[in-house]
Design a protein around this ligand. Structure first.
Ligand code: PLP
Length: 454
């Protein structure tokens, strides 16, 4: 391109003229972007710059402001995972990573994230049992368990149990408990993939202790009792309790799913590890990131000899949890009430008060908002059919999509043609950020959501 042309372009760029963008390395030399490259990695910053350059080429960003826009578009961390406020009214939302960790658990994760004494005795300098303080914390919370082991998730706990105790043998399970846990994953398939054979007993709605007793034989690895955690069978039903199965002379493995270690008064129908161990289960398996409110992991609690066999099995190594999980789990079990339980136990009157306060505050800013009563659920494979009275801030429906784009993003529920921000799963100290997100969403919509607010 000739010189004259270039000067003319600099003075007043004609619309159809190719724009002369500053070179990428020149942009990356901006001190703010250099600092960001140290914090986030050069590739990530380059990608952000490239995206802004594309927008500049399309005339959406003034050429002199590319660096400014790139700085504004930098992500907070080097991971694309973004924080999302859970305003769905589903306490454990699988798509949102189930349980939110407590502050104590987050701090523990951060502290353990460098090199740490996860498998070392600092007093002697010798190797120590991996995660021993986490296992001790679990056993202190569940004295009915002789021993504990932790794996990657609830499914891994079952896979390890089936492999170590029933490979080439039989697992006796009720036809009413052959469940799909979600996203196409079925427990029977998982169990059979370990080389165990399923011995189905009873019917979908009725299985008696005698059905199990008739199936017990020399090939029995164990009886599996599964808590139907995401559906309910009602009407003409009968299931055998753990207490009825315990005397049959073979190990009873009980999958409680939800991870409650002790009874939870808000959910009287939900089994807990202590209760089923006391009733005679040899082993209880559970998830760590459901009602326990901790990190994703699978808990195995119970008979010392069985737990030892699981922990020593070669497969155990492939299902081993990392130091971050051990740290978060210990802090969840030992520490203050995690957010999941705070949400579960929240007082509906207080939720309504928060909704009123937020709706009023937003109305003052011209947002069409009002407080409404709602029903929340546990979700994520816990307490099916149980609803928890809750309250929400009701907004025009279009907010649902706009709020997914704010930072932090907000996931709402849409009902009755309105966008509902259900407060039960929103920690109270997040209310201000939630309101701010709504204001920004309203501003991005242009009209700022002006309405009657009725
Ligand atoms: C959730 C659940 C599982 C699977 O646990 P993950 O931690 O998701 O692997 C297994 N069994 C029951 C009864 C469950 O509720």
């Amino acid at each position: 391109m000739d010189r004259d042309h270039a000067c003319a372009t600099d003075a007043a760029p004609p619309v159809d003229e190719p724009r002369r963008l500053p070179r990428t390395d020149v942009l990356l030399a901006d001190p703010r972007l250099t600092a960001a490259a140290r914090r986030l990695g050069r590739e990530l910053v380059k990608d952000v710059v490239a995206r802004v350059q594309t927008r500049a080429r399309a005339g959406e960003v003034p050429i002199g402001e590319i660096a400014d826009h790139a700085v504004a578009a930098l992500p907070a961390t080097a991971s694309a995972l973004r924080p999302v406020i859970n305003a769905t009214g589903v306490l454990l939302h699988t798509n949102l990573g189930r349980a939110a960790l407590s502050k104590a658990a987050r701090d523990a994760v951060l502290a353990a994230s460098g090199t740490t004494d996860v498998e070392l005795d600092l007093t002697t300098g010798a190797r120590a049992r991996r995660g021993s303080s986490t296992l001790d914390a679990l056993l202190r919370s569940v004295p009915a368990a002789e021993a504990a082991h932790v794996v990657n998730n609830g499914a891994a706990a079952l896979a390890l149990t089936a492999t170590a105790l029933a490979q080439g043998r039989e697992i006796i399970v009720s036809r009413g408990e052959m469940v799909e846990i979600g996203d196409g994953f079925r427990l029977p398939d998982l169990l059979e993939s370990t080389g165990a054979r399923l011995r189905e007993v009873g019917t979908t709605n009725r299985t008696t202790p005698a059905d199990y007793a008739a199936a017990v034989g020399p090939d029995t690895g164990f009886i599996l009792k599964v808590h139907p955690s995401n559906f309910r069978v009602t009407g003409f039903t009968r299931e055998a309790s753990v207490a009825e199965l315990a005397p049959l002379g073979v190990p009873v493995v009980a999958d409680i799913g939800s991870g409650l270690l002790t009874p939870e008064p808000v959910l009287p129908g939900e089994p807990d590890a202590t209760g089923w161990l006391r009733a005679g289960a040899s082993l209880v398996t559970a998830s760590g990131d459901k009602l326990l409110g901790g990190p994703q992991c699978g808990l195995l609690l119970g008979d010392a000899e069985l737990v030892r066999r699981l922990a020593r099995h070669p497969l155990a190594r492939a299902l081993r949890v990392d130091k971050l999980t051990l740290a978060a789990l210990e802090a969840t079990v030992r520490g203050p009430e995690p957010p999941t339980l705070t949400a579960l136990r929240a007082d509906p009157v207080e939720l309504r008060r928060r909704a009123e306060r937020l709706a009023e505050e937003l109305r003052a800013d011209g947002v069409d908002s009002r407080a409404v009563d709602t029903e929340a659920v546990v979700g994520g494979g816990g307490a099916p059919g149980v609803t928890l009275p809750s309250a929400a801030v009701s907004l025009p429906a279009e907010y649902a999509a706009l709020l997914r784009g704010t930072d932090p993003a907000v996931l709402a529920r849409v009902g009755d043609g309105r966008c509902l921000l259900d407060l039960r799963a929103v920690p109270v100290d997040v209310d201000a950020r939630l309101a701010e997100a709504v204001r920004r969403a309203g501003a991005s919509r242009g009209t700022a959501g002006r309405g009657t607010g009725t």
